[in-house]
Write a protein that binds this ligand. Structure first.
Ligand code: NAD
Ligand code: NA
Length: 395
């Protein structure tokens, strides 16, 4: 079929298989252009098909020759309807990994469920024996609890006070004020249930109980802090409460890993355009100003540059640098004073009329469409392409 982008609000409901392959290949090329990482050899990535999780899988495979199992929740293609982008990303990743003789298998289903945990444990037992590294990179608006069957919905709301600030519709470039009503206690609980640490802990408990974790095992979950500007809606909002819970869970997990000399880490990553961050009010405007400033200073990074730096300069060092709260920081460049001061200055000035010049609206849009395999210059989007792509190592 001929595939063009079709957007609905913050998402794009079509994706382009060759464009997704291009997106993956660019990340593989980046890793291959860098020096190798003396990292983990048997890696499980939960949330492996897009964003930071995909970058973690690519970095493991092509940076350390690791065997990887990827878990994700993606839509397969149907005749005349494209798959979701994570499906095509994974197909492209596995194809390249297999070409180089690297083990790569994938499981598509709800990572919050007992069934998918069980299936993954079985695959690790059969093919890996034990796993060295588990990356936990889920981003989801909902979670069905595996024991109670309750379906929780996360929210992106401030707490206590109504928050009013500028936001941009990045499709049109229109900036307007948005007011978000504070979340209730229930909203906080629900968001913690979805994006907090309980599921991460359930995964590691399960793999530990089945003796599937190698000595010196590591697990990493991704978090975000961000600037004062977005604090009410992010770090001090309902999602921030979930991140606090996730971060506290790292210590609880580390406690059960003592006998295998294992450790759980939080890595605080930079704000980037992904399917998840596009849905958060105010953040897209922040990102488009941030991109402008960081590109001008030549310190801009995407997911793959971030994760390469995490693996190369943090996670596999003898002494892993962390902040006062034990967190690995790869948001250091984003949080630099000179960067944040400039963003605040631009934020005050930003209007619909000047955003395309004072901010990197085009960079935001390009990144957004790249997520779905669109806006690549070397791909002819008016040409027929086969939407029925298989993932070779899908279990
Ligand atoms: P993303 O939307 O690109 O990736 C989410 C992944 O989770 C996909 O692989 C998806 O298939 C998978 N997934 C979602 N629900 C699932 C389910 N029920 N079962 C199995 N798989 C499921 O998101 P991302 O932006 O890469 O976020 C990953 C993590 O990084 C999150 O914890 C997020 O908070 C964090 N983070 C993101 C940013 C950012 O700016 N994007 C910054 C710092 C930290
Ligand atoms: Na991810």
């Amino acid at each position: 079929m001929i595939i063009h982008p079709k957007t609905r609000g913050f998402i794009c409901v079509t994706s382009h298989p060759e464009g997704c392959a291009e997106n993956v290949q660019k990340q593989i090329n980046y890793i291959k252009s860098k020096s190798n990482i003396d990292g983990a050899k048997k890696v499980l990535v939960i949330g492996a098909s897009t964003g930071f999780g995909l970058a973690s899988r690519i970095t493991s495979a092509f940076g350390s020759n690791a065997a990887t199992i990827g878990v994700f929740f993606e839509k397969p293609p149907l005749e005349g309807r494209t798959a979701s982008s994570g499906w095509y990303n994974t197909a492209a990743f596995e194809k390249q990994a297999h070409k180089e003789g690297l083990y790569a298998k994938s499981i598509n289903g709800d990572a919050f469920s007992n069934e998918i945990k069980e299936q993954t444990a079985q695959l690790i037992k059969k093919d890996f024996g034990k796993v060295d590294l588990v990356i936990y990179s889920l981003a989801s608006p909902v979670r069905t609890h595996p024991e109670t069957g309750i379906r929780y919905k996360s929210t992106l709301k401030p707490i206590e006070n109504t928050y009013t600030n500028k936001t941009v519709d990045f499709h049109t470039g229109e900036i307007k004020d948005i007011s978000i009503e504070p979340g209730t206690e229930k909203d906080i609980e629900n968001t913690i249930a979805v994006m907090g640490g309980e599921d991460w802990q359930l995964w590691i408990d399960k793999l530990k109980n089945e003796e599937l974790l190698a000595d010196n095992f590591k697990t990493v979950a991704y978090s975000y802090i961000g600037p004062k500007l977005t604090e009410p809606v992010y770090r001090k909002g309902t999602i921030g409460m979930a991140k606090d819970h996730l971060e506290a869970t790292a210590f609880k997990i580390t406690d059960i890993l003592k006998d295998i000399n294992g450790k759980a880490y939080i890595s605080v990553n930079k704000a980037l355009v992904t399917q998840s961050s596009s849905a958060i009010p105010v953040i897209p405007l922040y990102i488009s100003l941030l991109y402008k400033v960081m590109k001008e200073k030549d310190i801009h990074e995407g997911c793959i540059e971030q994760i390469y730096r995490l693996f190369k300069e943090r996670l596999f060092l003898d002494k892993i640098p962390t902040d006062n709260e034990g967190r690995i920081r790869i948001d250091d460049l984003e949080m630099r004073d000179d960067v944040q001061e400039k963003v605040v200055e631009l934020w005050k000035k930003a209007t619909t009329e000047n955003l395309s010049s004072i901010g990197d609206l085009q960079g935001y849009k390009d990144d957004f469409f790249h997520l779905f395999g669109f806006n690549f210059e070397n791909i002819d989007y008016d040409k027929e392409t086969n939407e029925m792509v298989n993932i070779p190592g899908l279990q």
